[in-house]
Design a protein around this ligand. Structure first.
Ligand SMILES: [Zn+2]
Length: 216
């Protein structure tokens, strides 16, 4: 089974990805991992990627597609894969379809985890982390016994810069703008499963399983 996993930052995509891999034995393919592996192994593609990253530039679409295509040609992927963080643009989506068609395969389901932006903001902005042991709390959903203090080690809690309201809002709006055309693209292909990500983790996964069916 070949899957694309979509979902805004903070929607619990990572947790669901782990569960999908465990249940279906799919190979988890993230562009970040592919970049790192190619750079580490100093492949021709890795050298090109490194040039862009070193200059602080975005890796161009064509190169990202080349890297993903290279990964999809490897043997382990034949048992099924899950793409995470790719495609991000219509160009990438169209190129992916071409690559898969050459390989005699296709995307079976696009799992699109949906969460209202207000909820994503509330989840992130209320998050507090312990300076001592890294425990996470939430001011509303999982507060420490004593405000601002870690239950387990007694050290002070802090808010990450990444969880500040403006940063979160900006991250969500970038995601939404980027992903909207892709959602339209896969909706037209009629293989998208919109999943309500506002439910608890287990229910979200039950819905994903229902959408994927029992095929492996
Ligand atoms: Zn602590």
């Amino acid at each position: 089974m070949n899957i694309i996993l979509l979902g805004p930052p903070g929607a619990g995509k990572g947790t669901q990805a782990e569960q999908i891999v465990e249940a279906y034995g799919t190979v988890h393919i993230s562009t970040g991992d592919i970049f790192r592996k190619n750079i580490k192994e100093n492949t021709e593609l890795g050298k090109k990627v490194k040039e862009y990253i070193d200059k602080g530039l975005l890796v161009p679409d064509e190169l990202v597609v080349e890297l993903v295509a290279d990964r999809l040609m490897q043997d382990d992927v034949k048992k099924g894969f899950m793409l995470d963080g790719f495609p991000r643009t219509i160009f990438q989506a169209e190129e992916l379809d071409k690559v898969l068609s050459k390989l005699g395969t296709k995307i079976d389901t696009v799992v699109n985890i949906e969460v209202n932006p207000d909820i994503l903001i509330e989840r992130a902005v209320g998050r507090r982390i312990c300076k001592g042991d890294g425990s996470t709390y939430h001011v509303k959903f999982n507060p420490p016994k004593k405000e601002g203090i870690c239950d387990t080690c007694g050290q002070a809690l802090y808010q990450r810069d990444d969880d500040k309201e403006e940063t979160v809002k900006n991250r969500i709006s970038v995601y939404t703008d980027q992903t909207k055309p892709l959602i339209d693209y896969y909706t037209k292909q009629n293989n998208i499963a919109n999943i309500n990500g506002e439910q608890n983790i287990d229910t979200v996964f039950e819905d994903i399983k229902a959408a994927l069916g029992s095929d492996k």
